[in-house]
Design a binder for this molecule. Structure first.
Ligand SMILES: NC(=O)c1ccc[n+]([C@@H]2O[C@H](COP(=O)([O-])OP(=O)(O)OC[C@H]3O[C@@H](n4cnc5c(N)ncnc54)[C@H](OP(=O)(O)O)[C@@H]3O)[C@@H](O)[C@H]2O)c1
Length: 350
């Protein structure tokens, strides 16, 4: 199969650099264009991107000249089939639409379009059927292309772990996150703010954690998503870990569920997605009493698997609690968008 040309919007940022790294050698996609702000446009990528590990910068990308956003839809970018987006929200709200108007499939990491009713918010192991919204979106907006999104980094990790538990009937979920520094972007937090510290506030994060999973786990009725019928209460915190979000989750079930039943539900969870970025085991159960840990478990399944552990009964009736961990810039961001784009190809949307 001839490789499809793809572009990265916000290629010089924390998530954008991860896109460039993960797309290197991809069997279906090849980098066709890298986009960033006017500050970077016109520079070679290796001079514009503050690469965290210089030895890992793909050679193909290093010499590419960064393009400004205004190049979208011009003859210099007409071959781009997929635009991956890692832009700040305000810029993305304009630029992603330009990409879709120009006929691209925009696979976005960004919050702005996630909760719009005609935009699929997808974790392929859970809700590829929501891709049916694409037809309604194209019709309504008159675009040749379209936008699909993946959830917030913490929401992806938790939602994947909730999916196998849906069969028991859930009343409510409480979650407390311990989120890595890379989630705050390349400029992010100053070292003086985060070293030897925990920051008990991440702007707008709790709202995303409380709403996005309900759309993903919701049911498609016609061209609408009916949200899943339980509540989520989140408390989000930044901790001095480079990569990998860890989350403590408490689930209140409709009825009594045992530790063994929860563990078996995680172990039995399978995926029918068979694309290059799809992990063989989306959920890995860690048996050791002190796992999962970001340093030990974030790279499981090339960063695309989540790990669960410490499954135990809570203090109130019908409550279970566990820890879940996942790589925030791979499973939680760039890898998630790439997996979504692979599924679009596999299902004939591109
Ligand atoms: N970090 C994560 O783990 C994570 C996870 C999920 C989702 N996200 C979302 O992904 C997006 C990117 O996050 P990030 O952490 O990678 O941010 P970041 O490191 O700050 O990178 C921002 C990117 O956007 C470009 N940009 C900034 N202002 C621009 C403008 N006015 N016009 C055009 N381009 C502009 C920057 O280009 P220059 O280098 O030229 O300034 C850079 O390439 C955000 O919406 C974030 O919420 C992040």
């Amino acid at each position: 199969m001839k490789k499809l040309k793809v572009g990265v919007l916000g290629a010089t940022g924390s998530v954008g650099q991860r896109f460039v790294q993960l797309l290197d050698g991809h069997p279906w996609f090849e980098l066709g264009a890298l986009f960033a702000s006017e500050r970077s446009a016109g520079k070679r990528y290796k001079d514009a991107a503050p690469w965290v590990l210089p030895s890992e910068m793909p050679e193909e990308a290093a010499e590419m000249v960064v393009k400004p956003m205004k190049a979208i839809g011009t003859s210099s970018t007409e071959e781009i089939a997929v635009m991956f987006s890692a832009l700040p929200g305000d810029i993305a709200s304009v630029v992603e639409k330009q990409g879709a108007q120009a006929g691209c499939a925009v696979s976005s990491n960004v919050v702005v379009h996630r909760m719009e009713e005609d935009v699929p918010l997808v974790i392929p192991e859970i809700n590829t059927n929501h891709l049916a919204l694409i037809a309604a979106q194209k019709l309504k907006r008159g675009w040749d292309g379209f936008i699909i999104t993946n959830p917030n980094c913490s929401a992806i990790v938790m939602t994947l772990s909730l999916k196998p538990l849906m069969r028991f009937g859930m009343k409510s979920v409480h979650v407390s996150t311990m989120q890595a520094i890379s989630g705050a972007g390349y400029v992010g937090l100053s070292s003086m703010a985060i070293l030897d510290n925990v920051i008990p506030f991440i702007g707008k994060e709790e709202g995303k954690m409380e709403s996005e999973p309900l759309k993903i786990l919701g049911t498609l009725e016609g061209s609408e998503i009916k949200p899943a019928p339980f509540t989520i209460c989140a408390s989000c915190h930044r901790v001095p870990v480079m990569d990998g979000h860890t989350e403590a989750v408490w689930v209140d079930f409709e009825e009594d569920v045992s530790v063994e039943e929860v563990k078996k539900a995680f172990l039995d969870f399978k995926t029918d997605i068979k694309t290059p970025f799809s992990p063989e085991k989306p959920i890995i159960v860690r048996e050791e009493e002190d796992r999962p840990q970001p340093r030990l478990d974030r790279d499981a399944g090339n960063g695309m698997s989540i790990s669960v552990g410490r499954i135990r009964a809570g203090n109130v009736e019908n409550e279970m609690k566990y820890i879940v961990q996942g790589h925030n810039t791979v499973r939680g961001a760039s890898g998630a968008s790439i997996l979504n784009a692979e599924v679009l190809v596999e299902r004939g949307y591109i």
